[in-house]
Design a binder for this molecule. Structure first.
Ligand SMILES: [Fe+2]
Length: 262
């Protein structure tokens, strides 16, 4: 196991510089949590947001993505500011629901309606709202262009050329109502894409996000009104492929996190 000096911080976790989470971390986190650790806080030290939603000790504390404001090509500071407000709202609700579930009434459990049912379902909405936004903001701030290295090879294996991938991504972005998630399918060992109409519907298990695209109207209406196509072009100009490659390299070394299929 690598010593501390050989590690760097990605999200809330330390990762050795060759991209390996420690075995202990993977077993403790599981695949879903390991996925959330792959969100790189590109513009601030992890866990030190300037205007946190969630307090120290809360399970969810907002990461600081304010450095994106004014940095992006064709996405204004105002657009990002509005989006970050929404993200912090999900942080607050994720914390609230986790807290309230500790004391929820168990006797009234019912699949048509009950407090525990509603809280469990909405918790998945709020938590995925946090996680997908962190992946999304984390993979903004680059210069776009093409990926490189093994990531590029894997994408070319799937799409043929990066140009065809870009066409696919934009078409996917026009086709769904919430999220386009390009990720590593740990069940198949390949890059895959899923479309989500809302945070918690259409999220397969053991699928680790690599490149996340938010196509909710709130992601672009300040700048583009209803012209989603222009937003999709702007998104591609700002992708940080280095972050995506880092996620890819970590994830494929730990395809499941847990040996969940044995
Ligand atoms: Fe969003």
């Amino acid at each position: 196991m690598a010593g501390k000096s050989d590690k760097e911080v990605i999200g809330n976790y330390e990762v050795s510089k060759d991209g390996f989470l420690t075995r202990r971390e993977v077993l403790t986190m599981g695949a879903a949590a390991a996925a959330s650790a792959l969100v790189a806080p590109a513009f601030a030290a992890a866990g030190t947001p300037s205007a946190p939603a969630g307090q120290a000790g809360d399970p969810y504390v907002a990461k600081d993505f304010s450095g994106l404001q004014g940095k992006l090509d064709c996405l204004s500071a105002s657009q990002i500011e509005q989006h970050l407000k929404l993200y912090k709202g999900y942080i607050g609700k994720a914390n609230e629901l986790r807290s309230k579930l500790k004391d929820v009434d168990l006797a009234s459990a019912n699949q048509s309606y009950s407090a525990i049912r509603e809280m469990l379902v909405e918790q998945s909405f709020a938590v995925n709202g946090v996680i997908y936004h962190e992946f999304y903001f984390g993979n903004l701030g680059g210069k776009g262009g093409d990926p490189t290295g093994d990531l590029k090879s894997a994408m070319e294996e799937r799409w043929g050329t990066i140009g065809k991938f870009n066409d696919f991504l934009k078409a996917a972005g026009k086709s769904v109502r919430g999220w386009v998630v390009v990720g590593f399918n740990t069940r198949g060992g390949f890059i895959d894409t899923f479309g989500l109409d809302t945070h918690n519907i259409g999220s397969p298990a053991n699928f680790v996000p690599l490149l996340v695209l938010d196509v909710y109207e709130h992601a672009y209406m300040v700048d583009y009104g209803i012209d989603r196509a222009k937003y999709l072009d702007a998104f591609l100009k700002n992708v940080d492929w280095d972050i995506v490659a880092k996620r890819f390299n970590i994830t494929r070394k730990h395809p499941t996190g847990l040996d969940a299929t044995v």
